[in-house]
Design a protein around this ligand. Structure first.
Ligand code: 46J
Length: 331
């Protein structure tokens, strides 16, 4: 089997939403596919009304294929401090033409304000490793784990685009979606993430800095979060760039946007991925449009780097669960 679905960016490419069908008859929710976590959770009819603002609610009582997982609950806190939790059903879940008949669907009965305010996002679709699924007392599998044995190839791919719809595909690699070769790096799954190490980086056409960047490929993180040393090196070449504590990040005059340098992360001795300078301006910090927030920021407090959508939309990425490796290609 295989399947693929279009994924559409919200404004500023802050997140990408993908249509998912759950239950019988199908209830269609737009969800945030997140390779940085491993719970499939949805806004549900169990939420208090004041925690819902525009999202689509999954109602298990209206699905003839929903089964409550008695005694099972979930609770998650994300890196930005947002939280949610609730109880668990199994139901049929379909992405494109790919169906998992018995998928754990974690129903939120509480969500923090970050989720309430994210009005188009009706849940997270975890694509990390099962060891960080939060369901207690019995941990549940991701959609990818459940689908994997039936897939033509035990992998999924992310082809995110800047300001345009892209594609998540399961079970196959679309040769028309990338150019050149796919370069694979080994993945360490011990923390539950698609964790790999880039051996170095370069700014613009400068010399390669042989600094190991241990990080995760996280489709659910917007920006590119790297070690302080790398980030200050990058912005040292941008006129007027500074770390603005009130903004909790590096900013620069928006007038500099067209001169932000490319950022390249190395994969091996003969391969690298370049984030074009045009992606390195994230957004203005206020409506005046004077000051802009950078797409590269410090990874302070995380313990590793996060190659979020800024990096992922600069490439075609293969999440190869069968071989526990990640593949990167230009496009
Ligand atoms: O909570 C997260 C991210 C948040 C954004 C969405 N993906 C998961 N983590 C990944 C980085 C380390 C801490 C946990």
């Amino acid at each position: 089997t295989t399947g693929s679905a279009s994924t559409t960016p919200e404004s500023d490419d802050v997140e990408y939403l993908t249509s998912v069908s759950i239950g019988t008859p199908p209830q269609v929710l737009n969800m945030n596919f997140d390779t940085g976590s491993s719970d499939l959770w949805v806004f549900s009819t169990e939420l208090p009304a004041d925690e819902v603002n525009g999202q689509t609610l999954y109602d298990p009582s209206k699905s003839s294929t929903a089964q409550k997982l008695q005694g099972e609950t979930w609770s998650i806190t994300y890196g930005d401090g947002s939280t949610c939790g609730g109880d668990v059903y199994t139901d049929q879940v379909t992405v494109g033409s790919l169906t998992v008949k018995t998928q754990a669907v974690e129903c939120a009965d509480h969500v923090s304000k970050e989720f309430t305010e994210d009005t188009q996002n009706s849940g997270l679709f975890g694509l990390g490793f099962d060891n960080i699924n939060t369901v207690m007392p019995d941990r549940q599998n991701t959609f990818f784990t459940n689908a994997k044995s039936g897939l033509d190839q035990p992998l999924f791919t992310a082809d995110l685009k800047a300001g345009a719809p892209g594609t998540y595909s399961f079970g196959f690699i679309d040769k028309n979606a990338y150019v050149g070769k796919i370069t694979y790096l080994p993945v360490d799954t011990s923390q539950g993430f698609w964790e790999f190490t880039s051996p170095g980086y370069l700014i613009a056409s400068g010399k390669v800095q042989r600094v190991a960047l241990q990080g995760i490929a996280d489709t659910g993180t917007t920006l590119l979060l790297l070690p302080d040393q790398v980030v200050s090196d990058y912005y040292s070449s941008v006129s007027g760039a500074q770390y603005e504590s009130s903004q909790a990040g590096y900013t620069f005059p928006c007038s500099q946007s067209s001169s932000l340098p490319d950022f390249t992360f190395v994969l091996n001795s003969s391969s690298a991925i370049t984030v074009p300078g045009k992606y390195m301006t994230y957004a203005p910090t206020d409506s005046s449009g004077q000051t802009c927030f950078g797409s590269m920021q410090r990874n302070t407090g995380v313990g590793f780097s996060i190659f979020g959508d800024i990096a992922i939309k600069s490439a075609f990425v293969v999440f190869d669960g069968g071989n526990t490796r990640i593949g990167w290609a230009a496009k």
